[in-house]
Design a protein around this ligand. Structure first.
Ligand code: S3P
Length: 172
């Protein structure tokens, strides 16, 4: 696996629980790339957990923080984003200007399984599973439309996924 000299930044997008943080951590450890997660960045900057930002200030404020974070983390080579980053067109424009957008696709059933004990995601914890599936369907269309590269994560380990990301980006 090699990181080309003129490699652009990588933005990892995808639904909650698709593995963006796991894959970026793997890229940091094995490819020695500088990596940041927009949610972690926001939590550190505002000294608040995401769920508390939602409950105290509401989703709009969180989305404003998220939009600003894209410019603020652009020193990094790999940027793992929150699942709702695609909700604002300006976010897509910013990411397209700065790098390559990689969508990690994971089937809904697997997401449900991975997040069954999750207590940190306000948009996952408060809704019925039918509503979550609708959100997943609506978002999936956006991830597909806005990404430069789509990588399937189903039944694959981090090494396989990262190899495919790098190979696809080198080709793109
Ligand atoms: C959100 C996804 C979360 C986090 C916030 C909102 C969403 O990030 O940004 O809870 O709208 O899908 P993950 O995708 O890392 O869970």
């Amino acid at each position: 696996m090699s990181w080309g000299e003129n490699m652009k930044k990588i933005f990892l997008i995808g639904f909650m629980g698709c593995g963006k943080s796991t894959i970026s951590a793997y890229m940091k450890e094995h490819l020695h790339l500088s990596v940041i997660d927009t949610d972690h960045y926001i939590e550190k900057k505002y000294e608040m957990e995401i769920k508390d930002i939602f409950s105290t200030y509401g989703e709009k404020t969180f989305r404003d923080y998220e939009t600003s974070s894209i410019d603020e983390v652009n020193d990094y080579e790999v940027i793992s984003t929150g699942g709702g980053i695609v909700e604002r067109e300006i976010n897509i424009k910013k990411m397209k200007n700065l790098g390559t957008i990689v969508y990690l696709h994971t089937p809904f059933t697997e997401i449900v399984n991975r997040l069954k004990n999750d207590k940190t995601r306000p948009l996952w914890n408060n809704d019925l599973i039918e509503d979550m599936e609708k959100l997943y369907q609506r978002r999936s269309k956006m991830y597909e439309a806005y990404s430069d590269v789509i990588v399937d994560t189903h039944n694959r380990n981090a090494n396989e996924i990262v190899e495919e990301i790098i190979a696809s980006i080198n080709k793109a």
